[in-house]
Design a protein around this ligand. Sequence first.
Ligand SMILES: [Zn+2]
Length: 376
Amino acid sequence: MAQGIDFQISARDGKARRCALSTPRGEIRTPAFMPVGTAATVKAMLPGSVRETGADILLGNTYHLMLRPGAQRVHDLGGLHRFMNWDRPILTDSGGFQVMSLADLRRLSEDGVKFRSHIDGSEHMLSPETSMEIQKLLGSDIVMCFDECPALPADRERIAESMRLSMRWAQRSRDAFGDRPGHALFGIQQGGLEEDLRGESAEALAAIGFDGYAIGGLAVGEGQEAMFGCLDFAPGQLPDDKPRYLMGVGKPDDIVGAVRRGVDMFDCVLPSRSGRTGQGLTRRGPVNLRNARHKDDPRPLDPECACPCCSGYSRAYLHHVVRSGEIIASMLLTWHNLHYYQELMQGLRDAIEAGRLDAFAADFDAQRAQGDLPPV
Ligand SMILES: [Zn+2]
């Protein structure tokens, strides 16, 4: 493990783990949810507010930041933490996933991916070496290996080839990352839904040696049942004594299911993106504030929630500002959604410590089964 990075497992309940990942910029309590700050901002939130929801770490996107404002510029302005005014840990993705989903005219080779920016058409190259350099310029605390992720469904041959390319890129990422005390490098397991390919990938990564291990290539359209099927074996193939991160997941019920299967870290745009489209995520499930049923409702979005949205505003007000396209609608609902996610993570951590994760999960399901509050 890199100097200055420490990982301790303090409790277990079944396959679930309660851990702490320490970095020079602060401790990350796991199971952890990382809000997504794509373009050096968690949209509609001040960094201090994100911290107040309980987040220990943010995620930044290499692909977006390299194109605009540019990694060298961020570096020259003091690094990403200073630039966006967030002094706690930041994890950056490698750009690999987004270049495949967003960029134009991609050309994949053994060396890396050549592509054109979706913003201005300019030509760029991402490879294990350039991705490590960009993430270093940004000043990321947790750096992700550059990998390739095929969209599912894909045939087994394609998945195997892609996974083996990603493992060669993992070694090149490790070599290019070098020795950076206080900074962690995570490897990414691939192999689609195939147990033997996931196992081969896990072995290759463990042989190289990383500070943490991500499960990549899931939540790409396979559905929850298939994802859970894969998570029944994938986390257990990875080293037990390092953090395990499920990339791009997910809905609250995805997270609860994945924690029970041994995953420690998550990121997803869902709570922030939903907050900008009038959707509140609550313990009783999603609530669409655009719906006319809220027009005269004086109750808060979630009467049991202590966030600034629920303690100060009615559903009627939220309905009004969502319908009017007011900026405060995004601010309040994003705050609530992130607060709800962090409260869920705290609940999971407490339950693992107390050895009552099964009861917590049963209660979680029961509350969601009730559905939203009955109309007034
Ligand atoms: Zn709330």
